[in-house]
Design a protein around this ligand. Sequence first.
Ligand code: NAD
Length: 308
Amino acid sequence: MESCATCHTQKIAIIGAGAVGATTAYTLMLKNLAAEIMLIDVNEAKEEGEVMDIDDILSYVETGAIKGADFKDAANADIIVLTAGAAQKPGETRLDLVNKNKAICASIFKSIGKIKPTAIIVVVANPVDIITCLVQNISGLDNSHVFGTGTSLDTARLRTEIGKALGVSAQNVDGYVLGEHGDTEFDAFSTVSVGGILIKDLKLPKAKLYEIEEKVKNAAYEIISRKGATFYGIAMTVADIVEAILFNQHKIMPLPVNLNGWNGISGVCLSAPAVLGRQGVEKVWPLKLSGSEKRRLQKSAKAIKKFL
Ligand code: NAD
């Protein structure tokens, strides 16, 4: 890959060395995205074991160091990735985690202290939309520097399924899953195109689109019921976000950002297409949703506002 001049001085702190945190560290290193990675977990043995295991790839990658660190060290990181918290058990929804993970998140930011103002925080812990709103309130950073992974992972899943259905690369599929990263999320089919052709003109049967939407929405449940956790896809999603920040790509990605009138929604963090670069979220893309998609966005907003 192209080398990144600023990556050679960038420090990334990953809070939580569980399945998602450790896989994210490994993925960022394989993609040569940081000079130094700090793993931080309350479970010191787990943190140490992951650092020792990942240390073994240092002679193959450009990253200078991966090390265990304290919460206070995260205050000087360029990017903080928040993965600490309870994960869904089979049958649990993401919203079931809200109270536990709100408390964990609050205690973490208290321990970190004052974060440098240029830092960017990427929230992964679920329910990601609610935790993003909370971190915006307690981190002391500008809202444009605090966002989550949101429906980026769901969007990757949608692109894969549509690519498979049409026999083309997922990379030729454009368009988004929007709203809550959870049960009220929706595939915004009015935004989907493949190789320049709108999905509505590609004559995929309605039943197939419905099947794809259900598969995307339920993917985490299906994976968790078989192997207990999801971590490869989300690790690559975080790497994609980190890459957009460090290379100042101005890339449009569906991320939970605090909406201010976007398609009629305000005062809540929900995934909308956001332009992402080194300064964080530069703006929300002025995409106009269809009437039924707007209603589904409202449903997501209602589901999330209950918990704020
Ligand atoms: P995990 O149980 O494997 O790891 C969680 C880690 O957090 C553990 O190592 C635990 O010791 C640590 N932890 C708990 N409290 C902490 C604290 N106060 N400070 C530091 N570390 C602490 O779980 P996981 O599978 O890695 O999932 C982590 C989170 O990511 C969950 O909330 C999960 O739902 C979420 N997740 C989000 C997405 C997404 O698309 N946004 C995808 C997958 C998982």
